[in-house]
Design a binder for this molecule. Structure first.
Ligand code: PRT
Ligand code: ZN
Length: 283
């Protein structure tokens, strides 16, 4: 039987979440910090630990069948790969930022200005699409200090909390792209049965993350109002309680609706609401 290879970041912002996701898929492996390859003992898979910048090309060239990497890196390297699944972590935006002291109103004001970035390909395409000619200064790191040093008028860099921009006297000016970690595969890999199985496992973990298991007690009279608030995977399970006239309702609700729903449920008469994490949802 063939063994698949998946490339993930060796260390850095995506390493921990990538390892966690694969472990939650039931894959058993050691997260060796010192080695390049780790075999999975219960699935025909090997994990390659790489610099994130190398992952798209390894996947394009078929050295790895799969990879987990930020969309920003994929687009910057301009590789031909298949996007198999968005993974919901490593979220950030690539933004153009300018010094707080500037009062630019329109993107066209960047015409003729210099912009420092580690993302010259993405920035170049963005500016071209807007018909703006700026001078792109490609640097390899610490982009945020370049306006302060007089190296550029603006920067284009990844932003998550915005703290780095703030502490360097910069403010966001334009959104270039938003990014998150994605699972990519070599072209055509989506047709491979083993890869399909792995994607299904990943999807069941992601689905579970987005939802909570909720159990609550309610008087039978409030049941109709309560079930109307609960979409559930199909419909909620309703179990009679020992106390006459009371039921327990079991369901799953999307995390994003969570607080809204909980207060509405209480208003409708729900009591003793217990909320639990879900490990996997297999449809
Ligand atoms: O060593 P290796 O080459 O593998 O890693 P790396 O140093 O190139 O990348 P790493 O680990 O920093 O980031 C990996 C991926 O995480 C990126 O390619 C993005 O897809 C994603 N990601 C998410 C981020 C951020 N958020 C982020 N905030 N990558 C970088 N940053 C940096 C940003 O460049 C800036 O310096 O964090 C700073 C801004 O953060 P805030 O919170 O202050 O806005
Ligand atoms: Zn990198």
């Amino acid at each position: 039987m063939k063994t698949l290879k998946i490339a993930i970041q060796k260390s850095g912002r995506l390493n921990e979440k990538s390892v966690e996701l694969l472990k939650n898929c039931g894959l058993n492996f050691e997260n060796y910090k010192s080695s390049l390859i780790s075999p999975v003992s219960n699935f025909p898979l090997e994990i390659l630990f790489l610099r994130d910048d190398d992952i798209p090309e390894y996947v394009q060239d078929g050295i790895a069948d799969l990879g987990i990497v930020g969309e920003n890196v994929i687009q910057e390297t301009e590789v031909e790969v298949s996007y198999l699944q968005r993974l919901g972590f490593g979220r950030c935006s690539l933004k153009i930022a300018v010094p707080n002291t500037e009062n630019y109103k329109d993107l066209s004001e960047l015409h003729g200005k210099s912009i420092a970035t580690t993302y010259p390909v993405i920035l170049g395409k963005f500016l071209k699409s807007k018909g703006i000619q700026s001078e792109i200064r490609t640097i390899s790191g610490s982009v945020e200090i370049s306006p302060g040093l007089g190296l550029s008028d603006a920067i284009c860099d990844l932003v998550s909390t915005g703290g780095t921009l703030k502490s360097n006297g910069l403010k966001p000016f334009a959104d270039v792209m938003s990014s998150e970690a994605v699972l990519i595969g070599s072209k055509g890999s989506e047709n491979d049965d083993l890869i399909k199985e792995l994607i299904q496992r990943i999807q069941s973990v992601l689905r579970a993350k987005e939802t909570k298991y909720v159990v609550l007690n309610a008087p039978k009279a409030a049941l109709e109002a309560i079930t109307a608030l609960l979409p559930g995977v199909k419909s909620p399970s309703v179990v009679p309680l020992a106390e006459e006239g009371w039921v327990a309702v079991h369901t799953v609700i999307p995390e994003r609706d969570f607080w809204d729903r909980i207060s509405q449920l209480k208003q409708a008469g729900a009591q003793g609401i217990v909320v639990m994490p879900i490990e996997k949802i297999i449809l």
